[in-house]
Design a protein around this ligand. Sequence first.
Ligand code: NAP
Length: 504
Amino acid sequence: MTFTPHGKHLIAGNWLAGDDFFASQPAHGPSHDFSKGRISDVEAAAQAAEEAFWSYGYSTREERAAFLNAIADEIEARADAITEIGTQETGLPEARLQGERGRTSGQLRLFATHILSGDYLDRRHDSALPDRAPLPRPDLKMIQRPIGPVAVFGASNFPLAFSTAGGDTAAALAAGCPVVVKGHGAHPGTGEIIAEAILAAIRRCNIHPGVFSLIQDGGPAVGSALVQHPLIKAVGFTGSLAGGRALFDLCAARPEPIPFFGELGSVNPMFILDAALANRGEDIAKGWAGSLTMGAGQFCTNPGVVVMVAGEATDRFAEIAQAALTEVPAQTMLTDGIADAYRNGQARVAETAGVHEILASTCDQRNATPFLYRTSAATWLANTSLAEEVFGPLGIIVTAETHDEMHNVARGLHGQLTCTLHMDEADMGMARSLLPILERKAGRVLANGFPTGVEVCDSMVHGGPYPASTNFGATSVGTLSIRRFLRPVCYQNLPDALLPEHFS
Ligand code: NAP
């Protein structure tokens, strides 16, 4: 099934053409013209979302679960066409797009099951104590309620699972919040076909069409207008530190500030402890090379840095990693801009005094192959720019002279999505001393694994202290992510008949 995009925005159930257009820049296949988002589209989508909230925000959990399942069904019904346009636009391999589609429909269904259980409502009840002295206590019931229209910025690196119907959208819709998606210019056709699936589900479930709008890319002015629109009550975002920070600042500066849930990236350090390095260094080096180059390194959980104590085993680790990385073929990056950013990041690392190149390669046009560098902990600690994310398959081995210096590297880290310990039984003491530091730095701490591959489940935390995310109390993956789009309301002495949920 071939899908030919028409290039329009979806605003409250209507496909609308703009008056200005941009051409998509697919990795391969034909380019198509897409309407550029306008401020008037933002206005129309936000108004429609607010109107929809008055019914959707008060819908039953059963109605929303049916809607989420219908979106998943409609996505699966378009499986082949989604893979075709998705691979063309992003250059990601077919198997990756298929897996990501499964994850996308899977997380929609997971949220359906999750809201039906009702646990997320966090219902609390303090019964009235009319005879309490000196003052009686009223009847108090607390429940989580949806916050209103939510803006979602589709991510470039997950055209399905973190984009139009991705985790942010699924969580907001599950909570009862209408969504306005600002489409990513890297995959507008993929966004369009997913919007088509959501529209089909809206019609099947007879839901107010303002519950979902997709505004195709229109540049920074459109994104800025969206987060500043007074009817938008929260924002979900995955992307760069610079872009995320600019939008976060706009949200904070609004007359009514709103939460901006930005997932901005990190270097995901792996600490390889002595016994693990001596006993399993070769396997860890090969595993690292695989994790580092997965998806051309375009994962927010890409482990860009490994830290270990210098010694013979470190030299061997570097040789094995170099050999494994040399085998990795060139991979297409998501956009020309991301390939440019990769080149710039690589140059920044390579030009730092005290950083030694172990594997040089090429990154021409949109193709990337891995780079590998080695430096001392002292150089790492003295050059804060080395701790900035290089989005792509670039690895840095940081060697400490002592365990104390390893602790200092850990203490010097910015907020991370993940930190990993590779450890054997004999490393338990060092691991125990590092853990209190690492858990202050990261949303997820792993042992003996690789951080790429984020499970969508109840316990997942995909977030962390700034700059990994702009809100350390939240996750953008897993069922807990619904919490971002809810706020607690306390009902004092209200008759049960008026309450939005049963408390028995
Ligand atoms: P991006 O430049 O941050 O853009 C993401 C979204 O935010 C786009 O829709 C973009 O719209 C919008 N945006 C960015 N800056 C804005 C601003 N100042 N005002 C209003 N809207 C703004 O990210 P990207 O294009 O996906 O990738 C670029 C870089 O981001 C990568 O090289 C990588 O470093 C990083 N990245 C990180 C992750 C991660 O998971 N950590 C994921 C993807 C990308 P416009 O295009 O219309 O400006």
